[in-house]
Design a binder for this molecule. Structure first.
Ligand code: FAD
Length: 388
């Protein structure tokens, strides 16, 4: 076995690195959980698209580079290494985009994908409801077909970045007699239609990172349906596959955090060494990030050759979300009293990013299917244990 990159992959890495060096914003963008920051990130999406670095795995004719998963992992390594901005349209590019390529009509692809790629239209995911989170088949928001329109009523919640997003994709009950996962339909809805109210929800840091979306007799053209009527569950499972599979959180994100953690430890070594378990935790973080990287390369090689990921994506999700929490907890221990400084606090210097990351890490075991649900999947589908 030779664990080395080919010349083609080395050249590819070089190409991304030099593009990012030339094009990265000179100053860090504001968080996309503010209106101004959202706009800045939208402009960055346009810039990435100009360089054809926005959606590297999309086919070339759609503005992508047709990259395979190995090239994508390399792209991500360079992207995180350069500390490039987070992707404001990730729900569009990584979730809805691939779903549209599989289930969309030619007309839908032509209308939606180019504007998604430039960031002109940013997408939010409208799946969760107050009583339908883990149990998504309990969805109650409904869409009733009347002539050429669906009349949509109900509520969605926890919709990330919906406050300033332009569209949402969601599942709605189109057959009022139906139960559970039958009778649901996948519908694409512009958030500026009459009858829609988007109400911000503050996150732990107080910024409106989520929203509730209320639909009150909203008229949505029938051509906004993705897939057939009543086929929403099947379409959504394809989307969830993209979300929970390899692409939601690449190893590069955690390698970068591990690198920053090692630097933080070195800068504060004298105080950090008062508790020997801190040093061990720093080393463990590095090793775990490397282990996740190697495992992901192994899985990616298998998938490139036509293999499937299956329930293994659940073990990945638990591993990276818990690793993220542990790394940020270790950083909090090193920073001690300074750990409580928010990024905009005058005394924060460069350390505020850790508290931000610590708060966000708490949500890792919840979004994209909670870790309890992932453990159920592992028990039932990987280990063949009886249903709880
Ligand atoms: C940062 C973040 C971003 C999000 N973004 C979006 C978004 O953009 N769009 C969207 O639609 N949703 C989004 N969500 C919502 C997310 O999908 C839900 O929070 C998640 O699915 C859990 O649903 P819930 O909050 O209703 O909790 P519940 O389903 O009520 O679960 C509560 C607790 O019970 C446990 N539990 C539930 N059922 C079982 C079971 N069968 N076995 C064992 N334990 C169980 C859960 O694991 C959890 O600990 C986001 C959430 C977060 C944290």
């Amino acid at each position: 076995m030779e664990l080395a990159f080919t010349d083609h992959l080395k050249a590819f890495r070089e190409e991304i690195r030099s593009w990012l060096e030339k094009n990265l914003p000179k100053e860090a963008l504001q968080t996309f959980d503010t209106e101004e920051g959202f706009q800045q990130h939208r402009e960055w999406e346009a810039k990435l698209n100009e360089g054809r670095w926005g959606m590297v795995t999309w086919p070339q004719e759609l503005g992508g580079r047709g990259c395979d998963l190995i090239e994508w992992l390399i792209f991500e390594e360079e992207y995180y290494r350069a500390e490039a901005p987070l992707r404001v349209n990730q729900n569009g590019i990584f979730l809805l985009g691939p779903t549209l390529m599989e289930y969309g009509t030619e007309e839908q692809k032509k209308r939606i994908l180019p504007k998604m790629a430039t960031g002109e239209e940013v997408w939010a995911q409208g799946w969760s409801e107050p009583n339908a989170g883990s149990d998504m088949a309990a969805i109650r928001a409904k869409a009733e077909l009347q002539g050429d329109y669906y009349i949509v009523n109900g509520q969605k919640t926890w919709s990330t970045r919906a406050v300033w997003a332009d569209w949402c994709f969601g599942m709605f009950r189109t057959d009022p007699q139906s139960e559970r996962h039958r009778g649901l339909t996948f519908i694409l809805i512009p958030l500026n239609l009459a009858g829609i109210t988007v109400r911000p929800i503050p996150q732990l840091d107080g910024l409106p990172g989520f929203a509730e979306i209320f639909f009150d007799n909203v008229k949505v053209p029938v051509e906004n349906r993705l897939g057939g009527e009543g086929e929403g569950w099947k379409v959504a499972m394809a989307t969830a596959g993209f979300e929970r599979g390899l692409m939601l959180r690449s190893p590069a994100r955690f390698q970068e955090t591990a690198r920053r953690l090692i630097n933080l430890y070195k800068e504060n070594q004298e105080s950090a060494d008062r508790d020997p378990s801190v040093r061990d935790a720093v080393i463990r973080s590095y090793l775990d990030a490397e282990a996740y990287t190697l495992t992901t390369y192994q899985t990616a090689c298998r998938l490139v050759k036509g293999g499937k990921i299956g329930a293994e994506s659940s073990t990945n999700k638990i591993f990276w979300s818990e690793l993220d929490q542990k790394m940020h907890e270790t950083a909090m221990s090193i920073l001690s009293a300074r750990a409580e400084l928010l990024p905009h606090a005058p005394a924060a210097g460069g350390v505020g990013k850790w508290l931000d990351g610590f708060m966000f890490a708490q949500s890792g075991p919840i979004y994209a299917g909670t870790n309890e649900i992932q453990r159920n999947i592992i028990a039932e589908r990987m280990l063949g244990m009886p249903r709880a």
